[in-house]
Design a protein around this ligand. Structure first.
Ligand code: ADQ
Length: 460
């Protein structure tokens, strides 16, 4: 069995339990075959030399962890600049928020080159290499240039935008060309694969050999959808834990006479938070029976706060929440509880289970794991209702959710009202179908499908 080598911007120690579904899934795959996990150490060296960083090696069971430090300059241009200031907004269709500073690309290329250089020394000839996410798109091209011939796959966790949006990235043709250094590219949804196919059809001279097969730059590439799932057993076990049960009891106690609506995410402009608050305000205005009853708990964990667009979003949210609470609040009821913090993962299932309605309404999302976690956390006898944006990758799999266009505030409010009034038998029916799919297509299914497809790519 070949050794698996996983490369991602951040890595997690597979021995530590609370690191979340992806870390668990990748950790298990690495342990099964023995493996190497490579990425940034999280450390920034203030006066470090760009393109140079110390390599740290650590062993965790039969998994080797290899991490590299970043100089301040590399961190700011590769991570904050190009990855999160250019690729993240453009890939989420937010050209207005992209910061096309010509200086960033140098850092992005430099760090990818450095990662490849450090990694190449650690590779064995029959390793299988799996690279994750937008930070590291050109990594395989760098490795190939150094003579590495191993099987290489790439998985993009965020959406791939339509061709004319992707084309706004000044280096778009180079970026896509570097993808052809992989043997397999995995995307979250069929919509993303269709965008890739249209891009190569219009912007390159690639031959489209089949629905999932493309030939260009002397290389054949497979591109397929592999929708990521969650670790259902792990999340259900968390739900049985003391912290989660306490959370549930506390919420049920506090809100015994009220209906709880819940949003949980990183604070990010892709998640549609201002639209969600405006929708909630519209719900209170249009359906006054919710005044004094419906309460929105919005958890928005701090994220990338040194990128400008995030600070502006935070201000907007604080002012919207303040206005809604000021206009509608009563002495014994605040319509919005806005919490700008992380909730401990062990408590999350209890919070989800106490909610009557989950609002998962991103403007664009590669997948969205919160939607799947909410489904798994519900009591099947009395489940809450998932209101889901059609623009989340998860919408392709979770058709029994109540689907909304989050830009359409009036109709989304109407749909939330429908969710609040949904009869028990309909809630049970929808939940049963959703749970079956989330369970069948879990994170292990995702990982196995990807790694099988990579193993079965015909040799060049
Ligand atoms: P994210 O944009 O981070 O992920 P998501 O898929 O929802 O979004 O995953 C977030 C994870 O963090 C979930 O497990 C959730 O429970 C947890 N989380 C979020 N906010 C939290 C909070 N305030 N407190 C505690 N936990 C919180 C990116 C892409 C997604 C894609 C994933 C995986 O943007 O589209 O689904 O990667 O590929």
């Amino acid at each position: 069995m070949s050794r698996l080598v996983v490369i991602s911007n951040r890595i997690a120690d597979p021995r530590k339990p609370a690191s979340g579904g992806l870390a668990v899934a990748v950790g298990q795959a690495l342990e099964a075959s023995g493996g190497l996990w490579f990425g940034w150490s999280g450390k920034i060296v203030e006066d470090g030399t760009p393109g140079e960083g110390d390599l740290h090696l650590q062993t965790a069971g039969n998994v080797q962890l290899a991490t590299v430090d970043l100089s301040r300059e590399d961190h700011d241009s590769y991570y904050l600049g190009y990855s999160n200031g250019v690729l993240w907004p453009v890939f989420h269709y937010r050209l207005d928020l992209a910061d096309f500073d010509a200086g960033y690309i140098g850092g992005y290329r430099r760090v990818n080159h450095m990662f490849a250089r450090k990694l190449a020394n650690l590779l064995q000839p029959d390793d299988v290499i799996w690279v994750h996410d937008y930070h590291l798109m050109p990594l395989a091209a760098e490795l190939r240039a150094m003579g590495c011939r191993q099987r290489m796959g790439f998985f993009l966790h965020i959406p791939l935008p339509p061709p004319l949006i992707l084309a706004a990235v000044p280096e778009h043709d180079w970026l896509v060309r570097t993808l052809f250094a992989y043997d397999l590219v995995g995307l979250q949804s069929d919509a993303d694969v269709a965008h890739f196919s249209r891009y190569v059809g219009t912007e390159t001279s690639a031959d489209i050999l089949g629905e999932h097969e493309f030939r260009a730059f002397g290389k054949t590439l497979q591109v397929q959808a592999f929708p990521i799932g969650i670790d259902v057993d792990e999340f259900q076990a968390l739900g049985q834990g003391r912290e989660s049960q306490e959370m549930y009891a506390q919420m049920k106690g506090e809100y015994s006479r009220r209906r709880l609506l819940l949003g949980v995410e990183r604070m990010d402009y892709s998640k549609g938070l201002p639209q969600r608050l405006k929708t909630f305000r519209h719900l209170l205005q249009t359906y006054p029976e919710n005044v004094g009853s419906a309460t929105l708990i919005q958890i928005a964990a701090p994220s990338r706060e040194s990128v400008d667009a995030y600070a502006a979003l935070r201000q907007e949210l604080e002012s919207l929440c303040g206005a809604i609470n000021g206009n509608f609040g009563e002495l014994d009821w605040m319509p919005v509880r806005y919490i700008h913090r992380n909730v401990a993962r062990k408590r999350l299932p209890g919070l989800y289970r106490a909610a009557s309605v989950a609002l998962v309404t991103p403007l664009r999302d590669g997948m969205n794991l919160v939607a799947k976690e909410f489904v798994v956390a519900q009591d099947p006898d009395d489940p809450g209702v998932l209101v889901l944006s059609r623009f989340a990758g998860a919408a392709e799999q979770l058709a029994e959710a109540l689907m909304v266009n989050p830009y359409d505030i009036a109709r989304t409010a109407e749909t939330i009202q429908r969710a609040l009034q949904m009869p028990l038998d309909e809630r049970q029916r929808r939940h049963q179908s959703l749970l079956t799919r989330v369970r069948e297509q879990d994170v292990h299914w995702w990982r196995e499908r990807f790694l099988n497809a990579l193993a079965n790519v015909p040799a060049p």
